[in-house]
Design a binder for this molecule. Structure first.
Ligand code: GDP
Length: 297
């Protein structure tokens, strides 16, 4: 892995090679390259600034031991800082803690981010683990979202509950949870309505749904292609609704995934899953190590 990174940073860390240590005078070129790589990967600017400052601090304080050269040490510091910033380990879905009650997962995000798809993907993921999920269609805003969820549910053999588009989303969510309790479902995945951009009525609706169903998880679904905007989006959802995790979608595209760094840094909430295609099977647990390599390119 370090070999791959070394390749990319070869020129930038050249001036560290042959030096006894990493110092104020020789670290700037390498830091500039880190900054460039992160901006190219669409990490938001304030997040990049903090990140580079932290790498600088750690690199200057780093002890360069025998057998590892300053340039390798620098790359190691960058890599570790990326992994740490993204949470280190994979964070699993919360199991829920109330005896006799299903675990409730609220899916949030903008229209088109991949919420409905991710809801079905998670339903299949849980089914594969032997769990029994109920998908709840509370997206009464986007035409055909509920039909889409029903179609996907049919494909994966996971039941879908809805009350049509006339009912209030919070009432649909609450009724779905009652059904799940009565019929022994262990998890309820609630698909909610997004909007094309951050919108006050969407946030208020999310808060009403959250209050109606006390979720164990609020997962923000983010399209990785929105790049730098992921920071503002995450901030808005986190401040107004409160998120416990995220799903980063469309990583099968050519985005470098910098949104992952911004989401975690802005909210402190871990990215739990990534979407890697349109198919219902295309969901994977998020691994900070792998994303670090992708972000650095
Ligand atoms: P929603 O409005 O947030 O519910 O978004 P949808 O679930 O309807 O997804 C919007 C579009 O993105 C659909 O065409 C999906 O097939 C597509 N999509 C969702 N997730 C992924 C993904 O991980 N990769 C790709 N390539 N497409 C995705």
């Amino acid at each position: 892995m370090f070999d791959e990174l070394s390749q990319r940073f070869e020129d930038a860390v050249k001036n560290l090679r042959g030096q006894g240590t990493i110092s104020e005078t020789n670290v700037d070129g390498a830091l500039k390259e880190v900054r460039r790589a992160l901006l190219e990967a669409d990490v938001s600017l304030p997040v990049v600034k903090d990140f580079v400052a932290e790498v600088r601090r750690k690199a200057l304080g780093a002890e360069v031991v025998r057998g590892i050269s300053p340039d390798q040490k620098f790359i190691q510091v960058v890599h570790e800082q990326l992994v740490d910033t993204m949470g280190g380990e994979n964070a699993p879905l919360a199991a829920g803690g109330k005896p006799g009650a299903p675990s409730v997962v609220l899916m949030a995000g903008l229209q088109g981010a991949g919420k409905t798809t991710a809801t079905a993907k998670l339903g299949l993921h849980l089914k594969d683990q032997g769990r029994k999920a109920l998908l709840v269609g509370a997206d009464v805003y986007r035409p055909a979202a509920i039909e889409q969820l029903k179609t996907l549910g049919g494909q994966i053999g996971v039941e879908v509950f809805s009350l049509g588009t006339e009912a209030k989303p919070e009432a649909i969510a609450a009724a779905g949870i009652e059904k799940a309790k009565a019929e022994g479902f262990d998890t309820v995945l609630v698909d909610t309505a997004g909007r094309l951009q951050i919108d006050q009525s969407m946030m208020e609706e999310m808060v009403r749904i959250r209050e109606a169903c006390s979720p164990d998880e609020v997962l923000l679904v983010v399209d990785s292609m929105i790049g730098q905007e992921a920071a503002e989006l995450t901030r808005a959802f986190h401040e107004q609704v409160g998120i416990t995790g995220a799903v980063l979608t469309k990583l099968d595209g050519d985005s470098r995934g910098g949104a992952a760094l911004s989401i975690r840094k802005v909210s402190g909430a871990p990215i739990k899953f990534i979407g890697t295609g349109e198919k219902v099977e295309a969901l994977q647990p998020f691994h900070p190590e792998r994303m670090a390599s992708r972000i650095l390119g």
